[in-house]
Every structure is written in structure tokens, then in C-alpha cells.
Design a protein around this ligand. Structure first.
Ligand SMILES: Nc1ncnc2c1ncn2[C@@H]1O[C@H](COP(=O)(O)OP(=O)(O)O)[C@@H](O)[C@H]1O
Ligand SMILES: [Mg+2]
Length: 272
């Protein structure tokens, strides 16, 4: 049985797609059979970040509407063996996604994969609701800004009420906080919230802190998820997050800052 993890946020542009691609890649590099699904119908960013945009023939909506089989739509990653991508369509109607259709896809994928990573659109539109509905775990992506943190708090409310686990009174979705675009000097100058403030407001387990990094821009321009850039600050931070997702108890390390790419600061134990 695959574990279904949704990567979500209240606001757009916080780093969900970057994170979904990086985490899926990191899990596959650790030997986990992983598929990453783009639920952002209309935008279609994931295939660009994964560098497989020219190979897209069929997509999530084609599969749901019975126009293609799952195997026709799944794209095998060209760098990592056990990684697949299920792209979204660029042009289609967002209402084409149905609850039953998505459930069937998850059922079929569950038999073959260890992890199903869902890249969600922002907010509460249909694609976002469906991406989270069947999830076992959620990674809530947040920037260190008041508006982003507030919107994430709203997402936590939805995760606790509008999901299958909530409706069927099952064990709640496991929620993880991922802080992205973290810039230590802007935190020090008070322009951005610090980690303690964010954790106090959201009060969920911190799975990773990804620095604001040029490596992310480079990676997305090249269509190579930043996890492959194992010397980069952001690549290291995502690799740590993947280890935590796999249950390892790693101390929280902040990468980046003054000494680019180096472990600049380390603070006590695992405060999660
Ligand atoms: N850690 C980071 N450092 C620098 N830029 C980032 C970082 N994470 C994301 N970005 C940039 O922010 C923009 C939005 O990221 P994206 O992953 O598409 O967000 P979302 O999927 O939440 O809309 C992109 O241009 C991306 O390259
Ligand atoms: Mg996105």
C-alpha cells in the first residue's frame, strides 16, 4: 500500500511544485518507488520542473475520462529508476477531475508504488480539495511571512475537516510543516518571521527548512529537481526533509545564509 502525501499551501507561489518534485526525487533516490502527480490542472508546472515536458502525451484528466490508461500517461523519470510522473493537462476544464476518478487512480497506483506525492494547486479550488481528500500525510508549504502562515493555518483547518480520514473518523492526516524560501538575514533584520514564531502559530511537526537559494532557480531552469544538486544548500535541506519523512530523527540544520552551501548553523536536538 502506497502512502499518499499531499504537498499543499494556502497561497500560490510558495514552493509547492518545487518541493513536490524535490521530495519525490529524494524518495526515489532512497529506493522508494515513487510517483508524483500534478493536480494543478491548467498550470502544468510539475513536468517542467521534472524536465519531462516534451514527453507529455496523456495526462491525469485523460486517464480519469477513460481516454488513456494509467500506464500510457505515466512518464518514467529519465534520471532515477523508480520515479514516475503523472502530468496535468494545460488546457482542460478543472471540473474534469472527479472524486471517483481520482480514487481509482490512487487505488491502481497504490498497488505498485511506495509513495504517491500530490502536487496541489493553492487554496481550496477543486484540484486542491481532491489532492488532499485521500491523503495519509500532508506537507504544508509555508514562507516565513505572516500572510503565508495565516493561509497555512486555514489549510490545517481543511485538512482536519474536509478529507476522507476526517469524514470517516479515521486517524487524522499526519501534518508536516515545510518552511521554504527561508532567508536568515531577512529573518535577523525582522523582515521575515523566525521559525519559532511560525511553529508557535501552526503547532505542527517541522519536516524541513529550505533556504532561499539560487540553486532552486538553476534547477527549475534546467528541469532537474534540486535534490540532484547534492552540493547545494536547498538540495541538502530537501534531502534532510526526505530522511525525516522516512522516519529518521535528524537534528534540524539550517543551510545557506552567509556561507553559501555550508552548514551555517546548527541548533539543539530535534525540536519538532
Ligand atoms: N527555496 C527557494 N529559493 C528560491 N526560489 C524558490 C525557492 N522555492 C521556490 N522558489 C521559486 O518560487 C517560485 C514559485 O515556486 P513553485 O514551486 O512553483 O510554487 P507553487 O507551486 O507553490 O506555486 C518559482 O519561481 C520557484 O523557482
Ligand atoms: Mg505549483
Amino acid at each position: 500500500m502506497a502512502k499518499i502525501i499531499v504537498v499543499t499551501s494556502g497561497k500560490g507561489g510558495v514552493g509547492k511544485t518545487t518541493s513536490a518534485a524535490a521530495i519525490a526525487t529524494g524518495l526515489a533516490l532512497r529506493g522508494q518507488k515513487t510517483v508524483v502527480i500534478d493536480f494543478d490542472v491548467g498550470l502544468r508546472n510539475l513536468d517542467l520542473i521534472m524536465g519531462c515536458e516534451r514527453r507529455v502525451v496523456y495526462d491525469l484528466v485523460n486517464v480519469i475520462q477513460g481516454e488513456a490508461g494509467l500506464n500510457q500517461a505515466l512518464i518514467r523519470d529519465k534520471r532515477v529508476d523508480n520515479l514516475h510522473i503523472l502530468p496535468a493537462s494545460q488546457t482542460r476544464d478543472k471540473d474534469a477531475l472527479t472524486n471517483e476518478g481520482v480514487e481509482q487512480i490512487f487505488k491502481a497506483l497504490s498497488e505498485d508504488f511506495d509513495f504517491i506525492i500530490c502536487d496541489s494547486p493553492a487554496g481550496i479550488e477543486r484540484g486542491a480539495q481532491l489532492a488532499m481528500y485521500f491523503a495519509d500525510e500532508a506537507i504544508v508549504v509555508t514562507n516565513p511571512e505572516v500572510s503565508s502562515v495565516r493561509d497555512s493555518d486555514r489549510m490545517l483547518g481543511l485538512l482536519a475537516s474536509k478529507t476522507r480520514r476526517a469524514e470517516q473518523n479515521e486517524e487524522p492526516i499526519k501534518e508536516h510543516l515545510m518552511v521554504t524560501r527561508y532567508n536568515p538575514s531577512r529573518v535577523d533584520s525582522g523582515d521575515m518571521l523566525n521559525l519559532d514564531d511560525i511553529r508557535e502559530i501552526l503547532a505542527i511537526d517541522l519536516i524541513g527548512v529550505i533556504p532561499e537559494s539560487e540553486a532552486v532557480l538553476r534547477a527549475s531552469n534546467q528541469g532537474v529537481p534540486v535534490t540532484h544538486d547534492s552540493d547545494s544548500d536547498a538540495g541538502l535541506a530537501y534531502t534532510d526533509a526526505v530522511s525525516r519523512l522516512l522516519g529518521e530523527d535528524l537534528p534540524l540544520r539550517l543551510y545557506g545564509g552567509q556561507k553559501k552551501g555550508l552548514l551555517s548553523r546548527m541548533f539543539g536536538g530535534t525540536r519538532r
